[in-house]
Ligand binder design. Structure first.
Ligand code: C2E
Ligand code: CA
Ligand code: CA
Ligand code: CA
Length: 277
């Protein structure tokens, strides 16, 4: 029996070593990709439902790998989060998004608000707020033009620290949106304790909204709640005119989705904007 246990233990150690090697390999690949400039930001327009105008865009990262082709953020963001590489990668995203938001003006666009996705590890990093202040100073972007999209998961981790950082960011004029709203844990107690500016309703609730009674009930309740608590509300994943009409009727502020446009590379986003005018 002891012999078997020993063998098993050795196997566990071997497996753990394998896991570490695997992470390191992916880590290296991502780090190499960052160094070689293989990442690109795409921009998906956000439209004000009352005016029909594009008022902002969400920056969405793409990895265009020369060996493996296009890799979805759903695949590599969790790896970057596991390895800690999300911190430099996230900094690259912020810097690029702010730089390009300033470049929009040069391309003849009015000041649009840029929404950037932030992972929990990034927010938790001690230099996060200082880095943002640096980036705003370097790029000259008006802080009111920056919106950070954070998922509910950041709120669970270190409540006091998060509260403090939200306050610092909001004092600068930056807006905070809660992303994927409704898909995390205990959403309502977070609404009670945190001050955000915007709630972003996850795509899974928008799907079939006009036919799925549960989804339409959930979405109209979130919109009503947001109005009463003075949050702006944005719906993502809007694909049909019927969905748009439903959301407009319910009083949703902003929408984003394939109905307007898929995420586009910077140049195409500028073109798309100009052609709509
Ligand atoms: P998310 O923040 O929930 O972003 C919305 C996702 O829905 C995007 O997928 C977008 O392309 C997709 N989408 C937009 N409109 C529609 C629609 O009408 N129908 C459908 N079916 N999909 C739509 P994407 O670009 O693949 O990004 C996936 C996730 O990766 C994002 O989800 C976000 O959590 C993460 N991500 C993307 N870029 C970044 C980044 O720069 N930093 C961090 N930390 N995470 C990022
Ligand atoms: Ca988002
Ligand atoms: Ca989502
Ligand atoms: Ca998300």
């Amino acid at each position: 029996l002891y012999g078997i246990l020993e063998i098993l233990e050795r196997k566990v150690v071997q497996l753990e070593e394998c896991r570490i090697i695997l992470l390191t390999k992916q880590d290296l690949e991502l780090a190499k990709a960052l160094k070689n400039n293989e990442f690109k930001l795409y921009y998906q327009p956000q439209v004000d439902l009352k005016t029909g105008e594009i008022v902002g865009a969400e920056a969405l990262i793409r990895w265009i790998s020369p060996d493996k082709g296009n890799i979805s953020p759903i695949e590599f963001i969790p790896i970057a989060e596991n390895t800690g590489l999300i911190v430099p990668l996230g900094q690259w995203v912020l810097k690029t998004a702010c730089t390009q938001a300033v470049d929009w003006k040069l391309a003849g666009l009015p000041p649009l608000q840029i929404a950037v996705n932030i992972s929990a590890q990034q927010l938790e990093h001690e230099d996060f707020v200082a880095d943002i202040i640096d980036i705003l100073a370097q790029t000259g972007l008006d802080p009111k033009q920056l919106k950070l999209e954070l998922t509910e998961s950041v709120l669970v981790r270190n409540i006091n620290l998060t509260l403090e950082k939200f306050k610092q960011l909001q004092e600068l004029g930056i807006e905070i949106a809660i992303d994927d709203f409704g898909t995390g844990y205990a959403s309502l107690s977070y609404i009670q304790n945190f001050l955000f500016d915007i709630l972003k309703i996850d795509r899974c609730f928008i799907k079939d909204i006009t036919q799925n009674h549960k989804n339409s009930a959930i979405v109209s309740a979130i919109i009503r709640l947001s109005r009463q608590l003075n949050f702006k509300v944005i719906a993502e994943g809007v694909e049909t005119q019927l969905e748009r009409d439903f959301l407009a009727h319910q009083g949703c502020d902003l929408i984003q989705g394939y109905l307007i446009s898929p995420p586009l590379p910077f140049e195409q986003f500028c073109e798309f904007y100009s052609n709509r005018k």
